[in-house]
Design a protein around this ligand. Structure first.
Ligand SMILES: NC(=O)c1ccc[n+]([C@@H]2O[C@H](COP(=O)([O-])OP(=O)(O)OC[C@H]3O[C@@H](n4cnc5c(N)ncnc54)[C@H](O)[C@@H]3O)[C@@H](O)[C@H]2O)c1
Length: 261
């Protein structure tokens, strides 16, 4: 199947993590023929991903920017547009969580951090990129949410609420802009062995211990965690010409962890 992604320009936020979903998304889109703009608050990580994108033969640009900051995002998007002329695909992937803690113990600074990085960032990046999509009557926005936004996760109440907000924003914006040539969908990953997991309070290790992986895998119907390639595949499909009848949907890519009617 030809996805028709050749020569599209994609911007992927949070693609600077070596083990992260964002890098998997960036490289999958590049292999399908997209040029890729990488944004991450980790500038060095963003550069490394951009270098890997270039090995596929596609163009890449890296920006160090904090996606919770309007000024930094707008500056990066402006520079990317000057280089590429347009952005066809936006993948709002950057995300993080404050350490797991009972709701009553979470400080308002922690509320703000979880909401800013997981929900407000999606609004900021979408506002920066959407106007030129509407002007060109062409665009694909894919928001990375999380299964915890559907199921809820104890001790991660604000993160769960922010991810549910991303899903609701996806549905509402899709209804608003589909008639203007812009499609919006969301991918909701299952647990992945990324920087997110390794920096969480549970692990705090560079490598995830095998016994932890075994324990987690036992609870997933397909028997393994979600990989950056799994997420990259779904994002590429949703950003393609072949999925144009799919609008405003949330897709669980999680090995069967959430199966709903
Ligand atoms: N790993 C999982 O189990 C899992 C499950 C469901 C959803 N997710 C979601 O997947 C997405 C990707 O996370 P990941 O698991 O690949 O983690 P990761 O930590 O490997 O990657 C996240 C990237 O986002 C960047 N980032 C964080 N805050 C930022 C900011 N303010 N500005 C710019 N960049 C910022 C980080 O530097 C990092 O490169 C996130 O939205 C996360 O919530 C992850």
């Amino acid at each position: 199947m030809d996805l028709g992604l050749e020569n599209k320009v994609a911007l992927v936020t949070g693609a600077g993590s070596h083990t992260g979903f964002g890098k998997g998304i960036a490289l999958t889109l590049a292999r399908e023929g997209c040029d890729v703009i990488v944004i991450d608050k980790d500038g060095e990580g963003a550069e490394k991903t951009a270098e890997e994108v270039k090995t596929t033969g596609r163009k890449a640009l890296a920006f160090r920017a904090d996606v919770t900051r309007n000024d930094e995002v707008n500056q990066a998007v402006k520079a990317a547009l000057a280089e590429f002329g347009g952005i066809d695909i936006l993948v709002n992937n950057a995300g993080a969580s404050t350490p797991p803690k009972a709701f009553v113990e979470k400080t308002e600074e922690e509320w703000k951090s979880d909401i800013d990085i997981n929900l407000r960032s999606v609004l900021i990046c979408t506002r920066a990129v959407l106007p030129q999509m509407l002007a060109r009557k062409r665009g694909w926005i894919i928001n990375i949410s999380s299964g915890v936004g559907t199921m809820g996760l104890a001790n991660s109440s604000i993160y769960s609420a922010a991810k549910a907000g991303v899903m609701a924003f996806t549905m509402a914006l899709a209804k608003e802009v589909i008639g203007q040539g812009v499609n919006v969908n969301s991918v909701s990953p299952g647990l992945g062995d990324t920087g997110f997991l390794r920096s969480s309070n549970v692990l705090k290790t560079a490598e995830t211990p095998p016994e932890f992986i075994k324990h987690v895998n036992a609870d997933i119907p397909v028997g393994r965690m979600t990989t950056p390639q799994d997420i990259g595949n779904m994002v590429a499909f949703l950003a393609s010409e072949v999925s144009s009848d799919i609008v405003g949907q949330i897709f669980d890519v999680d090995g069967g962890k959430i199966i709903k009617f």
